[in-house]
Design a protein around this ligand. Structure first.
Ligand code: P6P
Length: 334
């Protein structure tokens, strides 16, 4: 167990010692963490807080919005817009970018987030989370949607906060993956794990099996082999987990290994996949890679993909390196 220091002290020490975190980025990360604390409080109230259920509105993805989706989005916007560290924000819950209003100073960073991922689980008290990604705004006057369309390899910070039995913030700035657990008595995130490592191999896969008849052949081949267990070509039995909340599934994989898959399928052949590249797949891919895992879309490294639109979707295979490489190889062999 590392020394029990607060997120604030960790970021100050990282800024002073490692030079990884310029002052403005440290401020950004502290503001995002503070917003996550507020979201955690709203989420934990449940039915007591009149925050459950649908908001009777749809988001840009055409998905029914939960009240907490909108609350979480507003908390992140209000927390970040005045600090002077951001030029603009983008969110799963907003069609266009949110440019920092002229009444506030503009900064050099771009912040993207899924304010409350897995929100279909809100009403049934299953873990959900906030996913965020930080880019540097390209040189030049003003800010536009085009400035957000950078490959995931350009991220300068990425993380998530999972609202489960514990509220846990998982963060990378390119120097490994660090875990902070919310101490509700103190009201602070406390460092609880450093340098998280995803095992190269696993016996656990995460996929929504109800979509099996819609998968492409390489995915069917990979899962069939896992299901054959120790008598099949893999020579070992596998287990399956699917929470239906990416943050919960990826947190499990970062903690004990596994492979998370949300592949393209025939239901919507024109869509690359269900998950979004900029504020779901890219931040989670960086965390997984920083912990020694791998992340592809079946053909290439997800963080090498240059987005063409803000809410671009992508097919996702991420987690234990040897499993991701195997299912990616099956795609190239198909
Ligand atoms: P399905 C949540 O809506 C989400 O975007 C991810 O968090 C999750 O992994 C996936 O969708 C679950 O999708 O089709 O299994 O409900």
């Amino acid at each position: 167990m590392p020394k029990k220091i607060s997120l604030t002290r960790y970021l100050v020490e990282q800024q002073r010692m490692e030079g990884h975190i310029p002052p403005e980025l440290r401020l950004l990360l502290e503001v995002v963490a503070r917003a996550c604390k507020r979201i955690s409080q709203a989420v934990s109230k449940g039915a007591l807080g009149d925050v459950m259920g649908s908001a009777e509105s749809e988001n840009v993805q055409g998905e029914m919005q939960k009240k907490l989706d909108i609350i979480a989005n507003e908390v992140l916007i209000e927390a970040n817009e005045w600090g002077g560290h951001l030029a603009a924000m983008a969110s799963e819950e907003m069609e266009g970018i949110y440019v920092v209003p002229n009444r506030y100073p503009q900064g050099e960073y771009l912040l993207m987030f899924d304010p409350l991922d897995g929100s279909s689980n809100i009403d049934v008290n299953v873990s959900i989370g906030t996913i965020f990604s930080v880019l540097v705004k390209p040189e030049g006057a003003g800010v536009s949607e085009q400035d957000f369309l950078q490959a995931g390899s350009k991220q300068v910070a990425a993380g998530y906060c999972v609202y489960g039995p514990q509220t846990t913030l998982v963060l990378t700035v390119g120097d490994g993956v660090t875990v902070f657990t919310l101490d509700r008595e103190q009201g602070s995130f406390i460092l609880t794990e450093e340098d998280l490592r995803v095992p190269d191999d696993t016996k656990e896969f995460a996929i929504n099996m109800s979509n099996q008849r819609h998968w492409a052949a390489p995915v069917t081949r990979y899962i069939d082999e896992c299901m054959q267990g120790r008598d099949g070509p893999r020579g070992k039995d596998f287990n399956m987990r699917w929470v239906g909340s990416m943050v919960a599934d990826v947190h499990r994989i970062l903690t004990r290994g596994g492979i998370f898959m949300y592949p393209w399928d025939k239901r919507e052949p024109d869509k690359a996949g269900k998950l979004r590249l900029l504020y779901e797949a890219n931040p989670m891919s960086w965390l997984i890679e920083q912990a020694g895992g791998a992340s592809t879309n079946g053909q290439q490294r997800i963080m090498d993909i240059t987005p063409t639109k803000l809410h671009e979707r992508v097919s996702v295979f991420m987690g234990s390196k040897n499993e991701v490489e195997r299912v990616t190889r099956y795609h190239s062999e198909a």
